[in-house]
Design a protein around this ligand. Structure first.
Ligand SMILES: Nc1ncnc2c1ncn2[C@@H]1O[C@H](COP(=O)(O)OP(=O)(O)OP(=O)(O)O)[C@@H](O)[C@H]1O
Ligand SMILES: [Zn+2]
Length: 721
């Protein structure tokens, strides 16, 4: 009688015991199918002593149905799942689901049908058929892809299939990825780059846990530098994961990767088709995927043989997941490297204070690239005090910034205007009665998007068409836009410089890898004079002709009760500034602000990074914020406000009184309603000595909540809404 314990992908079911039938081999980490009533469920075999459950007597155990044909999850990965669940107060099943993130991959090898020319000739030739036959010589793909290649409709090709001119071929879906060649095109590194690269290569060869902070100024060539340890890992037959914060960056990265290694890496992100997902998942789990580049979700995949993780732009907020398992991929990367015993590189020009602190206390090894590659200079930075040099009425660009733009246009150089606000205007109101357009599901204003002619909520995605009359007072043509978004800045630029070629770059306009690639190609080819963009364009891009960066509103991020506002502003503005003057010509940055004396702005203006970090460190030490203490946010939400408030108050009444842990609240969350749910919040501030997770889990566990109430726990939060 062999009993096994399963972690199943259903939080309510949790942990279940089963019997292994005669002749079936099972080891911990196997993914299996088991019966539950009339249904079937998927589970992972776990060590029984690490998962507690009420034991079912032997005679009641049902046999599992099948062991799925995928490699068992390694014990290191199982430990990572446990650690992540514990640290982020999340159910293990939810973490495990991020590992098994392609249902299709679990079913073993599969085939699909592709088509190619058979050599036959159609009974009747038409111009389109002729065109197709000519274009498809030597091609093999799906009908849809072939239609794209030939520039004819799918119907034309189906007609040719009917006549046997095009024939179906069965191919394995999971065909191998082209191999990367570590010696394909090795760059000449600068002496600084060489030193850093050598140290990292050495660490890869040592095959031991080693965390690095690669601290290099914008344009220092961090990518070329970390490609060397990537090459070293490939030579050793180890897999590599490169995490990028944004899908828009992938295209740029892919080109550089292909140039260096002669083949594209394996990609992992949310826009993959399900066949691409399963192909990638299987290659990753079997070890044939050498280098994977992906968004944060790539971190939990079951790599057979990982030997290096690089987290590029490691300070980026997008590594933090804000729903489901609220993990930070930067921090979990370090844990994964530790469990599996390999180096991890956090690369950034503006590291998180936490990362710098780890380096200072000797836990991370710090590697520096203090100057730009190829002799390019860091840009000259200046502030524009909007209280002294204001723009004209209903304008947002101060005269000095307009002059600078004009100057670049005359010199045929590129400019970038950075404003971290999508759409046309963040608020629309009625001139007659003052009515403000608000989201019906959230306590947030609707943002006008003029290009797509809609009012949109940036929190829940709710959209409306702007009405012709005010919904409150019925007055026609009375709506006014308040404040600027990037679209409005674009209008202003168009009016000022009708001849300029401009591009708006946001997640609305660059919403697919193809569109991002098109934008990058146009910008690199000098086909854009002025780029107007959100934080999306501040990271990673390298446009050599770009010599002017205008920060339209540096104060924007400083508003509100965000505990990380200072750091985020510093990072965003420096990253934006970092796009200027990366080529031969020097760069200039103009920062528009109303608070020239604010420490962040002053540090930015002086280009004095240390001053900013010192001030921020002191401020954090004073309030016990990370890295000196820890924060957690607990959000209690319900569709019924009274229910949410009562649940929060009851929880508040029984709050634990523990040394070193302060529990603030409950209070309505800054975003008091989100997606139709009312939200009340506790903020927990703990010293490092306290066991924050234990205090929170035990506290929450003492209460039963009505079914409509949800409790969200966010450890080390980045979002304070
Ligand atoms: N050793 C090298 N040989 C040739 N070109 C290089 C080398 N190192 C860097 N470059 C080039 O210099 C430019 C800047 O490098 P890269 O974009 O990697 O900088 P970065 O440090 O990532 O900057 P950021 O933090 O701003 O993204 C790129 O065009 C890159 O191809
Ligand atoms: Zn909304």
């Amino acid at each position: 009688m062999r009993r096994i314990r399963l972690l199943v992908f259903n939080r309510a079911l949790g942990v279940l015991d089963y019997r292994v039938p005669e002749g079936v081999e099972v080891v911990p980490g196997n993914v299996v199918i088991a019966p539950l009533g009339p249904r079937q469920l998927t589970g992972i075999v776990w060590e029984p002593d690490r998962l507690v459950t009420d034991e079912v007597p032997d005679h009641k155990l049902r046999p599992i149905i099948e062991v799925l044909p995928v490699p068992p999850l390694s014990s290191a990965l199982r430990r990572l799942i446990e650690w992540t669940a514990d640290y982020y107060c999340a159910p293990m099943s939810s973490v495990a689901r991020m590992v098994i993130s392609s249902g299709g991959a679990l079913n073993g090898p599969a085939t699909m049908t592709e088509y190619r020319l058979s050599g036959g000739i159609p009974e009747r030739m038409t111009p389109q058929r002729e065109q197709a036959i000519e274009a498809l010589q030597g091609e093999q793909a799906t009908i849809r892809e072939l239609a794209g290649i030939a520039g004819v409709s799918e119907a034309v090709l189906r007609g040719l299939v009917g006549q046997g001119v095009i024939e179906p071929i069965s191919v394995a879906i999971d065909r191998p990825f082209p191999p990367a060649d570590p010696d394909h095109d090795v760059p000449d590194l600068s002496p600084d780059q060489r030193e850093v690269a050598d140290r990292l290569v050495q660490a890869v060869e040592a095959e031991e846990f080693a965390p690095f902070l690669l601290d290099g100024v914008t344009g220092s060539g961090k990518t070329e530098t970390y490609f060397e340890p990537v090459a070293a890992a490939i030579r050793k037959g180890k897999q590599v994961l490169v995490l990028l914060p944004e899908i828009a960056l992938t295209e740029n990265f892919l080109n550089r990767f292909e140039g260096r290694f002669g083949a594209a890496p394996v990609q992992w992100h949310s826009s993959l088709k399900s066949t691409e997902r399963r192909r990638a998942w299987r290659a990753i789990s079997e070890g044939s995927a050498q280098v994977v580049v992906g968004a944060r979700s790539a971190l939990f995949l079951p790599y057979a043989n990982l030997g290096l993780i690089v987290v590029d732009e490691a300070h980026e907020v997008s590594f933090k997941q804000d729903d489901g398992v609220r993990y930070n991929a930067r921090d979990v990367s370090v844990m994964r490297a530790r469990f599996e015993g390999f180096p991890v590189v956090l690369a950034s020009a503006t590291p998180a204070l936490e990362s710098l602190q780890m380096a200072e206390s000797g836990i991370y090894e710090k590697l520096d690239l203090p100057s730009r590659f190829g002799g390019a200079q860091l840009p000259h930075i200046d502030t524009i005090d909007l209280t002294e040099e204001p723009p004209d009425r209903q304008r947002w660009l101060a005269p000095r910034l307009v002059e600078a733009l004009e100057d670049r246009l005359a010199k045929k150089e590129q400019s970038l205007l950075f404003l971290n606000r999508r759409g046309y205007a963040p608020l629309t109101l009625c001139r007659n009665c003052g009515f403000r357009f608000q989201c019906t599901n959230c306590s947030a204003w609707l943002v006008e998007h003029r290009l797509s002619q809609r009012l949109a909520c940036h929190h829940c995605g709710h959209e409306e068409t702007p009405p012709a009359t005010c919904p409150e007072c019925g007055e026609p043509d009375c709506l006014v836009a308040c404040g600027p978004g990037v679209e409005r800045i674009a209008d202003e630029v168009r009016e000022l410089f009708p001849e300029a070629r401009i591009a708006v770059a946001t997640s609305d306009t660059l919403n697919s890898p193809e569109k991002a690639a098109e934008f990058i190609a146009a910008a690199e080819a000098g086909a854009i004079d002025i780029i107007i963009g959100t934080q999306l364009v501040t990271k990673g891009f390298h446009f050599p002709e770009l010599t002017l960066v205008g920060v339209v509103d540096a104060d924007l991020g400083l508003e509100g009760g965000d505990l990380r506002a200072g750091e985020r502003t510093y990072q965003q503005v420096s990253q934006a500034a970092g796009r200027a003057g990366r080529g031969a010509k020097p760069g200039e940055v103009l920062i528009q602000t109303r608070h020239v004396d604010a420490p962040v702005i002053a540090a930015l203006a002086e280009g004095n990074r240390d001053a900013f970090y010192e001030a921020e460190t002191e401020a954090r030490r004073y309030v016990g914020a990370p890295p000196f203490g820890r924060w957690a946010a607990i959000i209690i939400s319900s569709e019924d406000d009274a229910e949410a408030r009562q649940a929060a108050n009851r929880l508040g009444d029984i709050r634990p009184h523990v040394d070193d842990v302060a529990i603030l609240g409950p209070a309505p969350a800054p975003l008091a309603m989100l997606r139709g749910r009312y939200r009340h919040r506790f903020l927990v501030n703990a010293r490092r000595s306290a066991n924050l997770q234990k205090v929170i889990t035990e506290w929450i566990a003492t209460q039963e909540f009505p079914p409509g109430v949800r409790i969200g726990i966010d450890i080390d939060p980045y979002s304070f809404v």
